[in-house]
Design a protein around this ligand. Structure first.
Ligand code: NDP
Length: 261
């Protein structure tokens, strides 16, 4: 079933990892995609989606730059007409003890993970309002929006922020046919987790490559496996689908049971 036929979807951080899996799932269900990232390999990522029969544009865009964000949505509209669904997935993480955490790390993490989500929502809402057709916004938070982990206060704060802005925007646009929800992935196997595994692993004990993730999954994830981008894409596409019309302002975990609140 092509749930997203004729729909235009923007996915930030769409060149790899969770974002690319989300884009692919939307594309396989009929959507046209504008995917964005800082790295220019987003253009190749879009081409590879096109090779799979998915209509896709790759746009170089730093989500912390308001003008670049505007240009991203312009390009999506010019290419495909209108923006129906926007997935604010771009994110960064660093890990450091509080005495070593720099102001620059704090600022850049808040800029990408929280301000970047806001700028994209702002742009998407303006276009959804102008079209009069409503729309769907899905913001990527994290398990760290539920329960801050050690050595990442800046990341946890940025993701708690995503939850707050999701709730506030959801109330503001509720009468305009626009829903705004957030998702909290748990331990998802991507480049980001490779970094987490290495740096947390070294800081928390004598863990070799992959051992920290394996240990956390074994001890803390009831389903006893890490998640995949496809697991996250299933939730995102549900929230963007006709089945989720009456769901807004929610933050939903997708983590194999890691966090149950
Ligand atoms: P990756 O590191 O694999 O991908 C991050 C993506 O964000 C890349 O596409 C990257 O683009 C993009 N990005 C970073 N900074 C910017 C920016 N300034 N402007 C535009 N794009 C940017 O991470 P994941 O796929 O694992 O993570 C995706 C999201 O899921 C993030 O928000 C992350 O915080 C969240 N998350 C991930 C979890 C996990 O276990 N993996 C758990 C919980 C949440 P580029 O390659 O160009 O830098």
């Amino acid at each position: 079933m092509k749930r997203f036929k004729e729909k235009t979807v923007v996915v930030t951080g769409g060149n790899k990892g969770i974002g690319l899996a989300i884009a692919r799932r939307f594309g396989n269900e009929g959507a046209r995609l504008a995917i964005a990232s800082v790295e220019s390999n987003v253009v190749e990522a879009a081409r590879s989606l096109e090779d799979e029969g998915i209509a896709a544009r790759g746009v170089v865009c730093d989500v912390t730059d308001k003008e670049a964000v505007r240009a991203l949505y312009d390009e999506a509209e010019d290419a495909f007409g209108g923006v129906d669904i926007s997935v604010q997935n771009a994110g960064i993480i660093t890990i450091a003890k509080v005495e070593n955490l720099t102001e620059q790390e704090w600022d850049s993490t808040m800029d990408v993970n929280t301000k970047g989500v806001f700028l994209c929502c702002q742009e998407a809402i303006a276009r959804m309002r102008a079209s009069g057709k409503g729309g769907r916004l899905i913001n990527t938070a994290s398990g760290q929006a539920r329960d801050g982990f050690i050595y990442t206060p800046h990341y946890a704060a940025s993701k708690f922020g995503v939850m707050g802005l999701t709730q506030s925007l959801a109330k503001e646009v509720a009468l305009e046919g626009i829903t705004v929800n957030a998702i909290c992935p748990g331990i998802i196997q991507t480049d980001m987790w490779d970094y987490n595994d290495k740096v947390w692993g070294e800081m928390l004990g004598d863990y070799g490559p992959g051992e920290l993730m394996a240990s956390w999954v074994e001890n803390n994830v009831p389903m006893k496996r890490p998640g995949s981008g496809a697991d996250v894409a299933g939730l995102v596409t549900f929230l963007a689908s006709a089945d989720a019309t009456y769901i807004t302002g929610q933050t939903i975990n997708v983590d194999g049971g890691l966090i149950m609140s």
